[in-house]
Design a protein around this ligand. Structure first.
Ligand SMILES: Cc1cc2nc3c(=O)[nH]c(=O)nc-3n(C[C@H](O)[C@H](O)[C@H](O)COP(=O)(O)OP(=O)(O)OC[C@H]3O[C@@H](n4cnc5c(N)ncnc54)[C@H](O)[C@@H]3O)c2cc1C
Length: 366
């Protein structure tokens, strides 16, 4: 049976960043990830502060080489029909980014590989067995791996933690129905993120590298309107006839090139992100509402904090891991308050279930 110090379940942003950092520090790691799905991965906006994190990781030059688009701020119709602009111009870190997510994740995976981390495609974990020395993992395709530690970086499913019966609390039922458009020319140069609240929830759009533009509708998965927009025609009709941002489609002759698909976008977190010889990072530990544009940053940030905590733990620091757990829960409580505050600013739709739920949440937790 193959042996490593740390097995990392999930090779997205968080898992690859942790593999890179730990391997660079001389720890043997193996990333177990599902086979790569062709197509486009959602989640693209990075705030200006991300540049500091890439510099800290030593990957800033690699990030710059990948042709991501600078983004100069947000434009939102939130609480009013007119759009208000928030520019990053006063941010000491400069502008933000709209990234090609596949390239970003590939750059992190390649950086981990160059540090000696192995990556194996698996079709699920078949067996998880606790031993005195750590864990024995058996994959659905018959591979066996012994690891002293496991990092759960499997995204919102927090697959490893849920197999340890750790509770995951979902704070809402938010889902996104997102599609990708491509323009024939590069005349659309507007790389502000646009956000527009509507009766059933809210939309956002962001320009991406390669003349592409993502449009996503966010609402609660159980609401009838959300179920209806799983149909491509209904989704397009809602975008083109029910929003202001939909005008961009005609204006720049965009064509839908990836049909809308529904993905979970809820706020949810594990009751604890650190257990006996395992810990969780990224969305697996705590997932953020896309409104916050925090997910990628938190994936990188928690990968960094967790890697440093593990290295300190290996050096004999008895409080490093509990400090990591405390850091995570503190951040998440702050985030939940900020999220409630932001939703409470939209008061135009008092009778709409989506907004009523958000106003109620604010009243219950002032
Ligand atoms: C609609 C939407 C818009 C968003 N927009 C933004 C944005 O603008 N800015 C931002 O910062 N964030 C955004 N996010 C959030 C961001 O995409 C996530 O926070 C980020 O992807 C988290 O990275 P991760 O590595 O933790 O998880 P993921 O990127 O989900 O990676 C998890 C990995 O684990 C693998 N995996 C899962 N289960 C298993 C298993 N059982 N075995 C093996 N491998 C497994 C998956 O294949 C995947 O590779 C958005 C999210 C949504 C839903």
């Amino acid at each position: 049976m193959e042996r490593v110090q740390i097995a990392i379940l999930g090779g997205g942003t968080a898992g690859s960043a942790a593999a890179y950092l730990l391997s660079r520090a001389g720890v043997s790691t193996q990333v177990l990830d599902r086979p790569q799905q062709p197509g486009w991965k959602i989640g693209e906006g990075l705030p200006p502060s991300s540049s500091a994190l890439f510099r800290r990781l030593g990957l800033w030059e690699h990030f710059l080489a990948d042709g991501h688009l600078p983004s100069y701020g947000n434009r939102s119709a939130w609480g009013a029909e007119q759009f208000a602009e928030q520019h990053f111009i006063f941010d000491p870190n400069g502008h933000g980014w709209h990234v090609d997510r596949e390239k970003l994740d590939m750059m992190l995976a390649e950086s981990a590989r160059l540090q000696g981390s192995r990556r194996v495609a698996i079709n699920g974990l078949h067996e998880v067995r606790k031993t005195e020395a750590g864990w024995e993992l058996g994959t659905a395709d018959g591979q066996q791996l012994a690891a002293e530690w496991v990092i759960d970086a499997s995204g919102r499913s927090s697959h490893f933690a849920s197999r340890q019966n750790v509770r995951r609390t979902a704070y809402d039922q938010l889902v996104a129905v997102a599609g990708l458009y491509t323009a024939p020319h590069d005349e659309d140069q507007d790389s502000m993120t646009m956000i527009e609240a509507v009766e059933g929830g809210w939309w956002y759009t962001a320009l991406l590298p390669g003349r592409k533009r993502v449009f996503a509708y966010l609402s609660d998965g159980d609401l009838p309107v959300t179920k209806a927009v799983r149909e491509e025609a209904a989704w397009q009709q809602l975008l083109l006839e029910g929003t202001q941002i939909g005008r961009l489609v005609q204006q720049h002759r965009y064509r839908l090139t990836v049909s809308p698909r529904m993905v979970s976008a809820n706020s949810s977190a594990l009751s604890t992100a650190v257990g006996d010889r395992w810990l969780a990072i990224g969305d697996a530990a705590a997932a953020y509402d896309p409104l916050s544009s925090q997910g990628i940053l938190m994936a990188l940030g928690t990968a960094t904090e967790a890697s440093e905590a593990l290295l300190a733990h290996f050096r004999g620091d008895p409080s490093a891991l509990s400090a990591y757990a405390g850091f995570l829960s503190g951040m998440y409580q702050e985030y939940l308050s900020a999220r409630d505050h932001y939703y409470a600013m939209e008061t135009r739709f008092p009778h709409a279930p989506f907004w009523q739920r958000r106003q109620q949440a604010k009243r219950l937790d002032p």
